[in-house]
Design a protein around this ligand. Sequence first.
Ligand SMILES: CC(C)(COP(=O)(O)OP(=O)(O)OC[C@H]1O[C@@H](n2cnc3c(N)ncnc32)[C@H](O)[C@@H]1OP(=O)(O)O)[C@@H](O)C(=O)NCCC(=O)NCCS
Length: 161
Amino acid sequence: METPTLLSKRLRLRPILIDDVEFIYELFSRSETNKYSEYPDLKTRDEAVEMYDKFMRPGGESRFRVIIERLGESIGTIGMYSNSKDHKRAEIGYDLMREHWGNGYMTEAVEALVSYGFETLGLERIEATVDPENGASIRILEKNSFQHEGTLRKRFHYKGG
Ligand SMILES: CC(C)(COP(=O)(O)OP(=O)(O)OC[C@H]1O[C@@H](n2cnc3c(N)ncnc32)[C@H](O)[C@@H]1OP(=O)(O)O)[C@@H](O)C(=O)NCCC(=O)NCCS
C-alpha cells in the first residue's frame, strides 16, 4: 500500500528511507522504546537494516510506517499494519525518542494517522493493542477517542512476562 506523507500542526510524517537506518537503530536499540514490545533491543546496524526491510520499507502489502519529524529532526515512528481493504480495518503502532516524551507529539501524530485512515483510506475501524501498564500510550489512545473493548489475557509473552 502507499506510504503517505502527512502534515499536522507541529509534525511531518514521511516515508522511511534506507538513509534513516541510523535513526532506526538509535530508537530501537533503547530498552525504554521496547519495554512494552515483543521485539528485543537492536544490537547491531545489520539488525536495524533487517527491521527496516521487514517492517518499514515503503511498498509493504498491508502495512506502512513513517518517520515523525519535528522541525526537520527525526523523533519517532508511527505506522499502520494488518490493513484489510475487505474489512476496512487496520492496527496502529508508534514509538518516540525519550527526549521528546511529554510534549503531546504522539497524540498529534496518532490524530493525523487516524484521520488519514478514516478519511483517505476509507477505514471503518482502527485497532491498537497496548500493555495495561503502558499508561502514556493508553492515554494517547483515549485522547484520540479509541474505546477499550477488552483485555486480551495471555495475548503476548515478552521480556520474561
Ligand atoms: C507511548 C509514548 C509514545 C508516549 O509518548 P508521550 O510523549 O508521553 O505522549 P504524549 O505527550 O502525546 O501523551 C501522553 C499522555 O499520557 C499521559 N501520561 C504520561 N505518562 C503516563 C502514565 N504513566 N500513566 C498515565 N498517563 C500518562 C500524559 O500526561 C499525556 O496525557 P495528557 O496530554 O492528558 O497530559 C512514549 O512513551 C513511547 O514512545 N514509549 C515507547 C514505545 C511505546 O510504548 N509505544 C506504544 C506501544 S503501544
